[in-house]
Design a protein around this ligand. Structure first.
Ligand SMILES: Nc1ncnc2c1ncn2[C@@H]1O[C@H](COP(=O)(O)OP(=O)(O)OP(=O)(O)O)[C@@H](O)[C@H]1O
Length: 252
């Protein structure tokens, strides 16, 4: 059985000040196997954020199901949703979402603190992550004292420390320079190699070229998918660029 099953998702937004409705997702279905690294690409307005918000259980679909380990997260009550999110999902955002009043270590501990994990268990988890992520010398610093690339590595540690079933990343390289982007992509690669399932929305063909599969969304539907298979990153990058060109030109 697949780790994540997305079944016939539809999302219609109705705006408060007009009778107009927007069908952001039409009929989206796909499965994610445990250990897969999925990138989702598509033009602005194609429905990527809408999809990610539903997978993150931040929003509910108009119809359809999302099963994570066979549990339908569209049916979890509001009372239990935060705990479900904390226990099962890890998040990495474009703008890092770190708390400026907490130091780096406390930012990383946050999801464990919220789950009431004893400190004695938290510390070894942080020690295991900090060195490979190159943030072991930054733990006492505050987010405003470190660079964007360092902030994103802290955010990855925070997402990873709970051992989530899946990491959801929204444009994780969007605010990074090219050197920090390369570092982050290599970290995601290592996390993936360690067996972590990752689903990432990105505009970057380079970021997507690391993924084991790329889903292309157009007008609220999955338009195409590419499997990396034995392709090198360079070959995958070319295949992604060709698909994007076809998408933009409206081809089938
Ligand atoms: N809260 C909302 N209310 C009404 N319409 C919305 C809302 N959020 C998104 N939309 C519309 O739904 C469609 C899909 O938007 P979405 O943000 O999912 O696209 P996207 O692919 O993430 O775009 P981008 O790459 O620019 O972030 C767009 O037409 C958008 O205008």
């Amino acid at each position: 059985m697949s780790l994540l099953q997305v079944k016939h998702l539809q999302k219609i937004y109705s705006t408060r000040f007009s009778s107009q409705k927007v069908e952001a997702l039409k009929d989206v279905s796909f499965d994610v196997e445990e250990g897969e690294y999925i990138a989702i690409m598509g033009e602005s307005g194609s429905g990527k954020t809408t999809l990610l918000n539903i997978l993150a259980s931040l929003d509910k679909p108009t119809s359809g199901e999302v099963l994570l380990d066979n549990q339908d997260l569209t049916k979890i009550s509001d009372k239990h949703i935060s705990a479900f999110r904390r226990d099962n999902l890890g998040f990495v955002f474009q703008d890092f979402n770190l708390l400026d009043t907490f130091n780096v270590a406390d930012n990383i501990y946050l999801p464990l603190v919220l789950s009431k994990e004893p400190y004695a268990l938290m510390k070894p988890k942080l020690d295991k992550l900090a060195k490979p992520l190159g943030i072991d010398h930054l733990l006492e610093k505050y987010p405003y004292e470190i660079s964007g690339g360092q902030k994103q590595r802290v955010a990855v540690a925070r997402a990873f420390i709970t051992n989530p079933k899946i990491i959801l990343a929204d444009e994780p390289t969007g605010a990074l320079d090219s050197k920090s982007t390369d570092q982050l992509l290599s970290i995601f690669d290592q996390i993936h190699q360690s067996g972590q399932t990752i689903l990432m929305v990105t505009h970057s063909s380079k970021a997507a070229s690391y993924a084991s599969r790329v889903l292309f969304i157009k007008d609220g539907q999955i338009f195409h998918q590419l499997y990396k298979g034995d392709m090198s990153n360079q070959e995958m990058y070319q295949a992604i660029s060709d698909t994007l060109t076809m998408l933009l030109s409206g081809g089938q």
